[in-house]
Ligand binder design. Structure first.
Ligand code: LCS
Length: 397
């Protein structure tokens, strides 16, 4: 993996020996003759046509992510949501059904609600803890299973191998949002799943400077996506953004190791703080998903969720009291970022469903960055120590 993140998908000999992938900042490609243009459009001759249909900088990234996830083909999109919508729209038709993990990123949930309103494509949300539970929710109209693991933001996991085994009984594909893990920590295709999607905005890019999405899977399915929902809806990645990702991804393994090291230290400290009610980190022995984590993840990653004692106002004050930790959505960057899912990333989800997913007003999500963990903890600790009213809550609990 350490070598693949640097070399896969790039052939310097085809790029005049340039060490880094050149940015092909062009919208279109010229044909030598009209007949050549005709042959390319007819698919009789390989070659470039127009950057929405293919661009060498973008292709290098697509080949690299395919190699890292162990898939036949990769496709790049202008955002994680463009990638997810291209996959789900390609796999479904009106009146179909999608079986989902209990929690999903807010905009993925929003997309599913839009598909229901427009095309009566319904969804069920399940904790997917047993094969029986999954089987009981699969219907004749079930077009696919769509899961996040770890789930944003509650850090619960689902067992990918078990889900893939059940899906095979019914011949339906399993799509996995691998954003929180990256291929360095988890490779769903190796566990029998069919499609991996990423918000490459996060760990893949790693520097908070690009919005992007990636999909990896079988060539037959991705060729279909490329010629339909990618080409005709058109959410493709720009060459410059592909270049930023090609640069960022080279350090994915060393960044992920550092994110994990830091997160493990912060979890230990949070667990001992009297104002913290519960810490959600699947690498923890006491976490309900710890067994699955050990089975399918190399390490538990850089994301932590924790609940504090107090009100929504207390939580907001805690965030305001931080000094260098930034209040921001997104995740996977060098900077430690903190956010309040109930009022930010997952605010779109109706309150009852949100609570059902475990997203209370007291839940805080932390994307542990690459700073010295002692500095991250010092900032968190001084803010936690200040939370108003909390001592009263502790005294009466
Ligand atoms: N999947 C997951 C698990 C995500 O966390 C996000 C974005 C997406 C897909 C969508 O990717 P995008 O289109 O933004 O590249 N998650 C965000 C979050 O938790 N905070 O801000 C964005």
């Amino acid at each position: 993996m350490e070598t693949a993140v640097i070399h896969e998908g790039y052939r310097a000999s085809e790029m005049l020996g340039s060490l880094t992938t050149p940015i092909f900042q062009t919208s279109t490609f010229t044909f030598e003759t009209a007949e050549q243009g005709e042959r390319r459009f007819a698919g009789e001759e390989n070659g470039l046509i127009y950057s929405r249909l293919g661009n060498p900088t973008v292709s290098a990234l697509e080949e690299r992510i395919a190699a890292l996830e162990g898939g036949e083909k990769g496709l790049a999109f202008s955002s994680g949501m463009a990638a997810i919508s291209a996959v789900l729209i390609a796999l479904t038709k009106a009146n179909d059904h999608i079986l989902c993990s209990k929690g999903l990123y807010g905009c993925t949930y929003g997309l599913l609600m839009m598909l229901k309103d427009k095309y009566n494509i319904t969804s069920d949300f399940s904790s997917m803890q047993t094969k029986e539970e999954i089987r009981s929710l699969i219907r004749a109209e079930t077009a696919c299973i769509y899961v996040e693991t770890p789930i944003n933001p509650t850090m619960e996991l689902v067992d990918l191998q078990m889900i893939a085994d059940v899906a095979k009984e019914y011949g339906i594909p399993v799509i996995v949002d691998n954003t929180f893990s990256s291929p360095y920590l988890q490779r769903p295709l190796e566990l029998g799943c069919d499609v991996v999607v990423h918000s490459a905005t996060k760990y893949i890019g790693g520097h908070g400077d690009v919005i992007a999405g990636l999909v990896v899977g079988k060539a037959e399915f991705l060729n279909d996506v490329a010629m339909t929902t990618q080409k005709d809806i058109g959410g493709v990645l720009s060459p410059f953004d592909a270049w930023l990702l090609l640069r960022g991804i080279k350090t994915l393994p060393i960044r992920m190791d550092r994110h994990c090291d830091n997160a493990e230290q912060i979890v230990e400290k949070l667990k001992m703080h009297p104002h913290v009610k519960y810490v959600y980190y699947p690498g923890e022995g006491s976490h309900p998903s710890n067994a699955i984590c050990q089975k399918q993840m190399e390490r538990a990653g850089g994301m932590i969720a924790f609940e504090v004692y107090g009100t929504k106002k207390d939580v907001q004050q805690l965030l305001n009291d931080l000094t260098f930790i930034k209040i921001a959505v997104s995740l996977g960057d060098a900077e430690t970022l903190i956010e309040h899912p109930a009022t930010m990333t997952h605010a779109v989800i109706p309150e009852a469903s949100r609570i059902e997913m475990g997203i209370t007003d007291q839940l805080i999500r932390l994307s542990v960055g690459l700073e010295a963990w002692e500095d991250i903890w010092n900032d968190l600790e001084q803010a936690l120590n200040k939370v108003g009213q909390i001592d009263d809550v502790i005294a009466t609990k």
